[in-house]
Write a protein that binds this ligand. Structure first.
Ligand code: F0G
Length: 354
């Protein structure tokens, strides 16, 4: 099961396929690194801290794991087009897999808040973009209707194939650690991924592939300005720098609370400042560059560890859901000298403060 050179859907075919259905479309998704984050772990007091870096997927986010299954099945079912609402990553993934399948892709985006890299990806792959005057929740409502009207196959995570495919990340973590972690931390937006991970861990346990069959605590983190599950009610105008999780009424709300409750875990919120600080720590201590939303899990684990709610000996996996290059505008770093100076070593050493 751990041969990462085989296409993801073939590797996990016994757990995913209906009979001998074909999976002709693949872009090399999955098989992402699980990085033992020694320096970051030391900084926050969790020695066995691991980062599941989903930014190395073909379109730079975890969405590809479910999109590959959804688009293969859309093709098999004779779909004429696919459609999705998105805060950015789903549209980038849908556009790429639809291009590979030769299907038109329509994406409905919330006005103004989609990160630049993600927009570029969807445009480059030839998706037809429609921006709506509203947030992600309004866009998803419209897409559900388009699906009901038979305009196109919906490839948001309300399509069950998406969450089926996303379980593979949980399976890869167990395959790599040879056990489940004690806790798994991840950002929560539309709440599909936390639902898929929990389903994946349980499915592996049921299939006898989880040694000791101990399941992880699921730790979900929403951004403070977009934390409907934490508040217990939808948020009308969600706001956060982590635009990927700027969602006020998650589609998989019940899946997320079930994952939380059945696993003895939690769903809490982190502030934008905590998210940006975690994003900086991850790349400056480990060299792994993720987008802001992806850092929410690390921000949450950092807080829990500081409060003694995660023990120093626990094995914790934080899922970094998307690549930092998707959202270059969110980076706040020391820029150095970007006004050109004379190209002699004296001037340069002065600028380097050496
Ligand atoms: N992290 C990133 C980078 C995301 O793009 C998303 C969701 C999440 C976390 C949250 O995952 O929705 O399964 O709880 N992005 C969706 C999109 C909404 O349209 O790309 P979730």
């Amino acid at each position: 099961m751990t041969d990462a050179t085989r296409p993801l859907l073939e590797r996990y075919r016994p757990l995913l396929a209906r009979g001998d259905e074909p999976f002709p479309i693949t872009l090399g998704e999955g098989g992402t690194p699980l990085v033992h984050a020694r320096r970051l772990g030391a900084a926050i007091g969790v020695v066995q801290l691991h980062l599941k870096f989903e930014g190395t997927n073909p379109t730079g986010s975890f969405k590809d794991r479910g999109m590959v299954l959804a688009v293969n099945r859309a093709v098999s079912s004779g779909a004429r087009a696919v459609v999705c609402a998105s805060t950015g990553n789903t549209s980038a993934s849908a556009a790429a897999y639809a291009a590979a399948a030769g299907l038109p892709c329509h994406v409905i985006l919330p006005a103004g808040k989609v990160a630049r890299g993600k927009l570029a990806q969807a445009l480059a792959a030839g998706a037809r973009l429609v921006m709506v005057d509203g947030n992600f929740d309004a866009a998803l409502t419209a897409v559900r209707r388009l699906g009901d009207e038979g305009v196109a196959v919906v490839v948001n995570s309300i399509n069950p194939d998406r969450l089926e495919g996303q379980q593979t990340a949980a399976w890869e973590i167990v395959d790599a650690l040879d056990r489940a972690p004690d806790a798994l931390a991840l950002p929560v937006g539309n709440a599909g991924n936390i639902t898929a991970y929990w389903r994946g861990f349980r499915r592996y346990a049921d299939a006898g592939r989880l040694r000791g069959s101990a399941l992880p605590r699921m730790l979900g983190f929403q951004a403070e300005g977009a934390a409907p599950i934490v508040r217990g009610e939808p948020v009308d105008s969600p706001e956060t720098i982590a635009t990927a999780i700027r969602i006020g009424n998650p589609a998989s709300w019940e899946g997320a609370t079930a994952a939380r409750d059945e696993s003895g875990g939690l769903i809490e919120s982190v502030t934008d400042d905590e998210i940006l600080e975690a994003q900086r720590m991850i790349v400056q201590l480990e060299g792994v560059f993720c987008e802001p939303a992806s850092a929410a899990g690390v921000a949450g684990v950092r807080r829990l560890a500081s409060e003694g709610r995660i023990g120093p000996d626990e094995t914790v996996v934080c899922v970094l859901t998307g690549h930092g290059l998707k959202d270059p505008d969110a980076v706040q770093g020391e820029e150095g000298t970007l006004t050109p100076i004379a190209a002699d070593s004296g001037s340069i050493r002065a600028a380097m403060e050496l």
